[in-house]
Ligand binder design. Structure first.
Ligand SMILES: *Cc1c(COP(=O)(O)O)cnc(C)c1O
Length: 235
């Protein structure tokens, strides 16, 4: 048996276990179900199993899925997180349709999201993506620039800075998996010490969820372990 409902139950048990191992309250670790490339029907199946927060990476695919699900199932009150890289010409549909954006890595994106957030909606929740593994090609703000960017984005009224996000370089050594997460937790603490009202550390995916939780993740972003492998069909 490998239905979405069963996989969700299994992941939630793993979250509870990982939290227990390090004396954390499992309620402080939210599960974000990453539904990119998966059909609306899979999201609805997960929602009917009690899942509320969903993550999408691609603006067009995500917005279309949100619209389909809102029209098919207006009863479902889902929370939508944009977790992909944000191009500045795609900020408007994101500001109009999503509740969270995890990968803000420059001030210009925060400004556009704030300017384009429709009147009457709550400020959009944002996390700053940190390039914690220091890879040249990856997006994310450098660790030493996090405080300055946090100050800059805090000036915009329609975005709410919630915390930090990272996608560390894949690492199979379970001991080494902890290092970037530990560094993220230190940056998060630094933000709090500097007076920022942040509560979110978005880190950990299917392959490294447990070490992320042990180092302080408050949102884990899980796709494959819930919905199965993704088929990009040459995309
Ligand atoms: C795809 C993706 C995930 C989920 O990855 P899995 O390995 O399938 O759990 C999490 N975060 C981001 C930013 C992603 O792009």
């Amino acid at each position: 048996m490998s239905s979405i409902t069963d996989s969700l139950k299994c992941i939630k048990q793993q979250i509870v276990q990982a939290a227990a191992q390090c004396d954390r309250n499992p309620d402080k670790v939210r599960l974000l179900a990453v539904s990119k490339t998966k059909p609306a029907a899979s999201v609805i199946e997960a929602a009917d199993a009690g899942q509320r927060a969903f993550g999408e990476n691609y603006e067009q695919e995500g917005v279309e899925k949100i619209r389909i699900i809102r029209s098919l199932r207006p009863d479902l009150k889902l929370e939508w997180h944009f977790i992909g890289p944000v191009q500045s010409n795609k900020t408007r549909p994101i500001a109009e349709n999503f509740d969270w954006v995890h990968a803000v890595d420059r001030e210009r994106i925060a400004k556009r999201l704030s300017d384009q957030r429709p009147e009457g909606m709550q400020p959009i929740n944002i996390c700053l993506q940190v390039n914690i593994s220091g890879e040249v090609s990856k997006s994310g703000v450098a660790p030493e620039d996090v405080l300055a960017l946090a100050r800059a984005v805090s000036a915009y009224p329609n975005v709410k800075l919630r915390g930090l996000m990272a996608i560390p370089e894949p690492e199979t050594d379970p001991v080494k998996q902890h290092e970037p997460f530990k560094a993220m937790k230190a940056l998060f603490n630094q933000l709090q010490e500097n007076g920022f009202d942040v509560d979110t550390l978005s880190m950990g995916m299917s392959a490294d969820m447990v070490p992320a939780i042990q180092e302080g993740a408050t949102i884990v972003r899980i796709g494959t372990a819930i919905f199965g492998a993704r088929d990009y069909g040459g995309k």
